[in-house]
Design a protein around this ligand. Structure first.
Ligand code: ATP
Ligand code: MG
Length: 185
């Protein structure tokens, strides 16, 4: 699974629609303090199903919506689209929506109505999205996404938390999601 493009609209400091192409190989994001580098990483985590406002550096989920400045009014919604190449891999739970190699996930939040997800144009649940990326070992909680200041947390992590990180890295986290799902049925 490879991220090809990212499009942000009204997400945190990205007020106007902003599209980034991510080429193969190493990508660096540089810029002055506060220009939005960490917000980009958070956008990736958010569209992959992040449900904790705390790991988005906010108090509530709606805090990802552009809050306005002295020159610009706040926005009513935030939207992030991520375009991936599935590289021929099977995409869990989306058999008919993921024909071919292209996979586009869109997450949108409007004030007062919560989040909605679409996968290749079809409405899907947060759970489906979490599963896609859990299986790809690239999900919102994957160790592939390391937030600023989180290295120290890895070192200080409790054994159970460290085990969860290793399970993500080994690509078996998706099995836990499925087990939880089965237990609830
Ligand atoms: P550093 O180099 O210090 O790590 P950075 O490039 O990672 O900086 P970010 O933390 O991504 O910067 O961006 C912070 C900016 O995003 C701040 O200016 C903050 O006001 C803005 N911001 C965050 N959330 C919102 C929001 N909901 N609405 C408007 N602006 C926001
Ligand atoms: Mg930062």
């Amino acid at each position: 699974m490879q991220i090809k493009r990212l499009r942000l609209t009204g997400f945190k400091s990205f007020v106007e629609p902003t599209e980034l192409r991510i080429e193969p190989g190493l990508t660096g994001v540089v810029g002055p303090n506060g220009c939005g580098k960490s917000n980009l990483l958070e956008a990736i985590r958010w569209v992959m199903g992040e449900s904790s406002p705390k790991s988005m550096r906010g108090g509530g989920m709606e805090d990802v919506i552009f809050a306005g400045t002295s020159q610009r009014p706040p926005r009513d919604f935030a939207e992030v689209a991520i375009h991936c190449d599935t590289e021929g891999g099977v995409v869990a739970g989306l058999s008919d929506a993921s024909e071919g190699r292209e996979l586009e996930i869109i997450r949108r939040i409007e004030r007062g109505t919560g989040s909605a997800y679409r996968a290749n144009g079809r409405d899907v649940r947060a759970k489906d999205v979490a599963l896609i990326f859990a299986d790809a070992a690239t999900g919102a909680h994957s160790p592939a996404l390391v937030s600023q200041g989180k290295i120290a947390n890895v070192i200080a992590a409790k054994p159970t938390d460290r085990r969860a990180m290793l399970e993500e890295a080994a690509g078996i986290a998706g099995l836990h999601v499925r087990r939880k799902d089965a237990e609830q049925k």
